[in-house]
Design a protein. Structure first.
Lengths: 386, 667
């Protein structure tokens, strides 16, 4: 009993394992209580939770409010999307050519794929960045390498020049904006504002139906979330974690104690960027499409909002906030709630939801520093004290 | 008085050579059949001789014909005009003197309906009359239509019109247009060259168009160059590309920009069907598919041909067996190319004309590039003032007070919408803008104060949370605007005196709205610097920012000062909104477009200084235009590079261009 109380991350893993099990049983594979799209929503939400954990590590623990983590998230989606789209198009091209007397050569296959993928942006050549698109393993590595490298270079530049606090937030926001503007171009090699689409199918497993794929990704997401949480809790409990909190509370003092503050900040920035990228690489196959709007600075701010509502500085809080707000958001904006006629105003929840979200966000920021999780803790304390 | 004399002159001039109405009537009578049913192919000579007749009634007649007001009597084919009397009877009149001829049954007459081709010919015939029309706007419109569809036949009427034109502006246009027509259609070469050279100071795009058309060349290949043609240059194909050409490649990207290789030459000959086609992968596949279909290749073998190498060896085998004609070899290709001379020939046959056109065009282009650089500077200035306007409010709330207000963009939006609402009530645009500026200021000033009291005041010690809280306000305000005003863009109409552009010449021009925004930015700079540096309020603001507790002990109320300073910054954002709304579309997302840029402007310029913001906006505005100049097609790329530049810039000057020193620098 005591063991269960203390070991938070084990509880977390058990909870999510049981949760996924229940969802699997309730899915269309078995009982059919949950629709396939709902299972996907749950899987996607878990990945948002993982991104929230990443942001909580870098913001809640280290005090760096990064408004660029959703950019890393989307970048992960792009990197897995390239492979998914390339291989899927290849399958289509080959099956279309199977009627011909003479089979396609590798060069011809490539040309046909290029036409298929880049026809919408008026091109047919496959850009150089797609050079590894036929290899899953390399792309899985790239999901780690590219966002990690970007975070490393950007973080090194930013921390080296001692940009801190809100300035750093604005700078990360600028990075996000630059990246999204770049991807919006048609000649970025990533299909401009069309983005990558058709990611919900797994190449090579064309016979799998979406309800099977949704459950597979649910379990993958669960696994990734649990690993992420475990890693994060190890970091926070270690000496490194203490150091990060120290940097958050008084950076100058930690520096005077002889620690290389920039190095630790850079380390946590890069690690969390990779976490966010992995989360994105599992999110977008469930969403089916990734485009540059996903990178817009506002997405990263939303992530910060979730963490803040859930309670930053607590890993569970971040997960709670992301899950709670994103689920309730999709509930309100799904149009399932009837509109209310209030005096002369017609309250349409799809429209008014954002106003409610914005204002509740302001009030939560004003009233409690620890968000929902802090609120729960307070209530718990009261109950126990009574 | 002058008009009168000219009128008399025209009348004299006209009556001297004018044929009588009688001749016109006779002409119409003899040519009646051509009028009844006309086609664009046959009507031209009729109209030409009609114009030669030069009768006073010709214009009216043509106009009526054009407007389908002419009828003809079926019994004898007399061309008349008709007026409906009752249901089925018409009055018909003489076409010239409009005398009533008779009342006639509708079945006995028929309307003349020229088709669109004929109408085009009629209206171009009418041009010579319209050029002499008393109404300057009609003359001006006629010039527009000539410019759109230049034709040799307008030259004579234009020259006549120039002689008697008294409106200087229209006269100049006529002279210019006449010159352009001369350049295009004049037969006398020395006159043409003279006119071409006289155009060297004209920067108009139409002049460049006409000159470019003269020096247009076509690439040709012949075994012997024909005599008497105007050659721009003879091209010597660069050798080697045929040797390097890889038949196994899918793409034939053999052409190197700016050079004419022997492969290019050969491909050109293929296009002109002067040489046999070369083997491409696509062709190879077609040949093999065809051979597989007729059974020369076995099915299993065909299925195994999944590489270019295999396909090639099968092709060679087929050629050896004589099943397929051999493909052209490299040596053959080179030999064929060697037989031809490749040259660029001018479409224009006179060498003097093309030389003059080339020289004049070079002169013009040199001037154009100088002027477009000046124009670039103006555009940079204009963009800088827009960025400055968007960022100026932030320079106070963020720069001076260090409050991260993510809702700053929404204050700009509120200002723009205030202007829109004012215009709903005040329809005089000049007056409404004059009213809108203080209204926008007051609305956003109070919104700012309310926000400061309710939210920001409680978060002065927690700047990161200010960022998030104000972001919450930002999304709520944006959505509220969307609900109230809808998603479509609302117009904020500028007064008439801001329409159009300040035009220096054909290249350098800037719209008056941008000039107004520039003036507004300058005004803001002066006012703000005065307020912050020369007034009691400014002194207290600076004191509170630097050290609130010390300021408080000196008798300043920091609470109040903070409130009013924030209100001031917000109010200025509101006025900026009116300015930006005039040039951009007013939507609920107006502020969103400017928020990141504005923060960048303040950070690059140097936090805490109005001069810094000015410098930041100037740097960003000019640099963005400069990047766009190198790559004009891509504004998005320019913005991307701009942001990357800013990130690097901050490495070298972390405190911005104008860095505060000492205590004023705060932290």
């Amino acid at each position: 009993m005591n063991f269960i109380k203390r070991n938070q991350s084990l509880n977390f893993v058990i909870f999510f394992f049981l949760f996924s099990l229940v969802v699997t049983i309730a899915s269309e594979l078995a009982m059919g209580l949950f629709s396939t799209s709902f299972v996907k929503v749950l899987g996607k939400t878990m990945m948002l939770c993982l991104a929230a954990i990443a942001l909580d590590l870098v913001w809640g623990y280290c005090g760096i409010l990064s408004l660029g983590h959703m950019a890393f998230f989307a970048l992960g989606g792009y990197l897995i999307g390239m492979w998914l789209m390339y291989e899927r198009t290849k399958e289509i091209v080959i099956s279309a050519a199977s009627e011909q007397l003479i089979p396609l050569t590798p060069e011809e296959t490539k040309e046909a794929i290029g036409n298929q993928i880049f026809g919408v942006v008026g091109g047919s050549d496959i850009p150089i960045i797609w050079i590894f698109a036929d290899s899953l393993i390399i792309h899985l590595l790239l999901i780690v390498i590219i966002p990690g490298l970007l975070a490393l270079v950007f973080g090194w530049l930013a921390f080296r020049s001692r940009v801190t606090g809100v300035y750093l937030s604005i700078l990360t926001q600028a990075m996000t904006l630059a990246l999204s503007l770049y991807l919006f171009q048609n000649d970025s090699g990533l299909r401009g504002n069309n983005g990558l689409s058709g990611l919900q199918n797994i190449p090579g497993y064309g016979n799998l139906t979406q309800d099977v794929i949704s459950v597979i990704f649910l379990w993958l997401s669960t696994f990734a979330l649990c690993c992420g949480f475990y890693l994060a809790s190890i970091i926070t409990k270690s000496k490194l974690g203490n150091l990060l909190v120290g940097i958050r509370d008084d950076e100058a003092r930690v520096r005077f104690l002889g620690y290389n503050v920039e190095l630790y900040k850079l380390l946590i920035f890069v690690v969390t960027a990779i976490m966010a990228a992995i989360a994105g690489s599992l999110y977008y196959p469930q969403a089916g499409i990734v485009n540059p709007t996903e990178l817009a600075p506002i997405a990263s701010i939303y992530l910060a909002v979730w963490v803040s509502i859930g309670g930053r500085g607590k890993l569970i809080g971040a997960v709670l906030g992301a899950a709670f707000v994103s689920l309730i958001s999709s509930f309100f904006t799904s149009g399932q709630i009837p509109n209310i006629d209030f005096w002369i105003i017609n309250i349409n929840w799809v429209d008014w939801w954002l106003i409610i979200l914005g204002l509740s966000f302001v009030s939560i920021t004003l009233t409690t520093q620890n968000g929902l999780f802090g609120l729960i803790e307070k209530v718990k304390e009261r109950v126990i004290n009574k | 008085m002058k008009r009168f004399f000219i009128f008399v002159g025209v009348m004299l001039f006209a009556s001297a050579s004018v044929a009588s109405d009688k001749d016109l009537r006779e002409f119409i009578w003899t040519n009646k059949a051509s009028f009844h049913k006309s086609s664009s192919k046959t009507i031209s000579p009729v109209i030409d001789s009609l114009l030669k007749l030069n009768s006073g009634g010709t214009e009216k007649f043509l106009l009526r014909w054009l407007n389908k007001e002419l009828w003809f009597r079926k019994s004898d084919g007399l061309v008349v005009t008709a007026k409906k009397l009752e249901k089925k009877s018409y009055k018909i009149f003489d076409v010239i003197d409009e005398q009533l001829i008779e009342v006639i049954d509708k079945k006995k007459i028929k309307q003349i309906k020229p088709n669109s081709g004929v109408r085009a010919i009629i209206s171009s015939a009418l041009v010579q009359f319209q050029l002499l029309n008393a109404d300057p706007s009609i003359r001006s419109k006629t010039l527009d239509s000539i410019a759109r569809k230049p034709d040799e036949r307008f030259r004579v009427p234009l020259r006549k019109a120039i002689e008697i034109e008294n409106n200087l502006k229209i006269k100049n246009r006529m002279i210019r247009l006449e010159k352009l027509l001369t350049v295009r259609f004049e037969k006398n070469i020395s006159q043409r060259v003279e006119v071409i050279r006289s155009l060297k100071n004209d920067l108009g795009i139409d002049v460049r168009g006409v000159l470019n058309q003269i020096i247009r060349t076509a690439l040709k290949a012949e075994k012997v160059i024909p005599d008497n043609i105007n050659i721009s240059q003879i091209l010597e194909p660069e050798k080697g590309a045929i040797d390097q050409y890889d038949f196994l490649e899918t793409n034939h990207s053999s052409t190197i920009d700016g050079s004419f290789t022997d492969l290019d030459a050969y491909l050109m000959l293929v296009k002109e069907e002067k040489a046999p086609e070369i083997l491409t992968q696509k062709k190879l596949k077609d040949i093999l598919t065809q051979q597989a279909e007729i059974g020369n290749i076995k099915r299993e073998e065909a299925h195994s041909l999944d590489s270019y190498y295999k396909r090639n060896s099968v092709l060679n085998r087929l050629i050896e067996n004589g099943k397929v004609e051999p493909v052209v070899s490299r040596e053959d290709m080179k030999n064929i190319v060697a037989q031809y001379v490749f040259y660029e020939e001018y479409a224009e046959s006179s060498r003097e004309v093309t030389n003059a056109a080339t020289e004049t065009l070079n002169l013009i282009n040199n001037r154009v590039s100088v002027f477009s650089f000046v124009d670039l500077i103006l555009e940079g200035l204009s963009l800088a003032s827009i960025y400055f306007l968007a960022a100026i409010g932030l320079a106070i709330t963020f720069g001076v007070m260090r409050v991260i207000n993510m809702a700053h963009g929404e204050f700009i939006m509120m200002g723009a919408y205030s202007g829109y609402v004012v215009q709903l009530f005040v329809t005089n645009y000049t007056l409404s803008i004059v009213i809108a500026i203080p209204v926008a200021f007051l609305v956003t000033f109070f919104a700012g104060i309310v926000m400061e009291r309710l939210v920001i005041k409680k978060l002065y010690k927690r700047p990161l949370e200010t960022l998030l809280a104000t972001f919450g306000i930002s999304i709520a305000l944006q959505q509220l605007a969307k609900i109230v005003f809808g998603t479509q863009a609302r117009p904020l109409t500028s007064p008439e005196w801001l329409d159009g552009a300040l035009i220096f010449n054909e290249i350098i021009s800037i719209s008056w709205i941008r000039v107004a925004i520039f003036v507004l930015s300058i005004a803001f700079t002066i006012i703000l610097i005065y307020v912050l540096n020369r007034t009691r309020f400014g002194l207290e603001t600076r004191a509170v920012t630097q050290n609130p507790s010390m300021a408080a002990s000196m008798g300043v109320n920091p609470d109040q000062i903070n409130m009013f300073t924030f209100g001031l910054g917000s109010g200025i954002a509101g006025i900026a909104g009116v300015g930006i709304g005039l040039y951009a579309k007013v939507t609920s997302e107006l502020g969103n477009d400017y928020i990141v840029q504005s923060f960048m402007t303040v950070v690059v310029g140097g936090v805490g200084s109005i001069w810094g913001t000015l410098a930041g906006a100037t740097l960003i505005g000019f640099l963005q235009k400069l990047i766009e100049w190198f790559n004009p097609s891509n504004t998005l790329a320019a913005q991307t590079y701009m942001i990357i530049f800013i990130i690097i810039f901050i490495q070298f000057r972390p405190r911005g261009i104008v860095a505060l020193r000492g205590r004023a620098a705060g932290d």
